[in-house]
Design a protein around this ligand. Sequence first.
Ligand code: G4P
Length: 288
Amino acid sequence: MSENVNHKNIQWFPGHMARTLRVMEQEVRHVDVVLILLDARIPRSSLNPEIERITAGKPHLYLLNKADLADPDATAQWVRYFTRNGDACLAVNSKKRSGGVPVRKAIDEELAGLLARRAGKGMSGARIRVMLAGIPNVGKSTFINSFAGSARAKAEDRPGVTRGKQWVAVDGYDLLDMPGVLWKKFDSLETASNLAFIGSIKDDILDVESLAMSLADEMRRMHPDRLAERYKLSAEDLELEPYELLEQIGRRRGMLMSGGVVDTERAARVLVDEFRAAKMGRITLERP
Ligand code: G4P
């Protein structure tokens, strides 16, 4: 992976994320189960070590959200990976209504012991308290809507927007939605880049051209055919230096400014947006 995404620039930890982690540490004691939402395109990079630490002692299950944007084979591999490690894991597309049905079933299975004990005490009607945790923009609000089968939670379209915790009652479940959290220091440049590619790090603290250069580099390494097809690039184009490659992408799309100079900023934005919208196909950036 190239060094275009500046590692130092995205070692950040806004105050509200630190506060969210403290609130999570308190609230986790009062819930029955935690749903850890991961992005199916980067399951490893979206696994927040802080969330892992906080939820370690609680029943939890992993949801590979946005599975509709990820490579289905890779998603199946990831589900097997988590399941083999003894954790429940499901692939989810929260944009789909009724995506919540299998998740309810998985929660009930995860809590089978607890539910049986409650039933024994004549408390089978007690509500199940579920905490939702994940990185910014992973799709928590959207997931709640799909779980509820109606539009109850408002989806916020930008990552890192301050939002307090909120309880949402859905049938027999009380869902606790927490704001998305990143962690203090990314352990690798790859993690940082992956989070930036999918849009979990606010774009306004990143240099979009650097981000796009890294993404183009990653795409030509993993899927040169798809990159070439989308932007009509030749085999020689794919060998260009990252900035020249970005210029070529802009040129192929006719993004020229006065004097025939390529508008690389616009090209960068298009490349990043199209990747996020899976216009180059369903791509998973990491394997178990
Ligand atoms: P958050 O609460 O965790 O911050 O995330 P939120 O639900 O606001 O979702 C962030 C973006 O991800 C939204 O897109 C949302 O539609 C999208 N999203 C969530 N789950 C899925 C999924 O399973 N599949 C796909 N394809 N997208 C998903 P947006 O572009 O910001 O908003 P919108 O135009 O889609 O409403």
